[in-house]
Design a protein around this ligand. Structure first.
Ligand SMILES: Nc1ncnc2c1ncn2[C@@H]1O[C@H](COP(=O)(O)OP(=O)(O)OP(=O)(O)O)[C@@H](O)[C@H]1O
Ligand SMILES: [Mg+2]
Length: 198
């Protein structure tokens, strides 16, 4: 037995040793995994709205890791811990901590100097997080929640709609989302900013 997963475009495959970190041994399909992860993420959402979170706290390594832990700790033992294997996307595993510090510093700088409008700062932050690919998995969902926390707690704006659809499944919305991500890879952020407010 074990976990046999299928992957769609833009998903990061989970290593065999990372699969061993599955806490719920009865999960054997992608559908079951998605369901348990989704429930866990809903608990994390409740956690994020319990009290106002100051920007300085949001933009700390501790908090960024804690968000992932809250989202995936019921399902994965490695929730909230920095990845120990290299992936097809993301920085070298030994560079993650340093790169994360850079992302957090850059974001503080954008806020202090009003370099970009608030939505764009949150979206750039999201894109830098997912490009770093801090964790073995869940980086897309983590980066989107990270942007939602920054934009709502930090900038007093509504959370993003992210195309008003489930992005974890194949379909038109995910296609549009990935196209916008690829534009952001080239330094063009408008499509992703716009998509996030659809
Ligand atoms: N070329 C790319 N540039 C930037 N980000 C990318 C690229 N390709 C994929 N991504 C991001 O990586 C995410 C996939 O990483 P991972 O599997 O760790 O996250 P996930 O939360 O499990 O997946 P998903 O968000 O797809 O449900 C995608 O959601 C997308 O946001
Ligand atoms: Mg994934």
């Amino acid at each position: 037995m074990g976990l046999e997963l299928e992957y769609i475009e833009g998903q990061t495959p989970i290593d065999e040793d990372e699969k061993e970190g599955l806490r719920i041994k009865t999960i054997s399909t992608r559908g079951e995994l998605d369901e348990f992860e989704q429930k866990n993420i809903e608990q994390a959402l409740t956690w994020t709205i319990r009290k106002k979170i100051p920007i300085e706290e949001i933009l700390s390594e501790n908090f960024i890791l804690e968000v992932h832990r809250q989202m995936f700790d019921v399902v994965w033992t490695w929730a909230g811990t920095i990845r120990k294997t290299d992936k097809n996307i993301g920085v070298d595993k030994f560079q993650i901590s340093m790169e994360l510090r850079k992302v957090l510093d850059d974001c503080k700088y954008w806020i202090d100097l009003n370099t970009f409008p608030p939505d764009e700062i949150a979206i750039r932050f999201k894109h830098r997080l997912v490009k770093t690919h801090i964790f073995p998995n869940g980086n897309g969902r983590h980066s989107r929640l990270g942007a939602d926390i920054l934009v709502s707690h930090g900038f007093n704006r509504p959370v993003f709609s992210w195309g008003n659809a489930s992005l974890s499944k194949k379909g038109e919305s995910r296609k549009k989302y990935l196209e916008a991500i690829y534009q952001a890879d080239k330094g063009i952020y408008e499509p992703l900013v716009e998509f996030a407010r659809l």
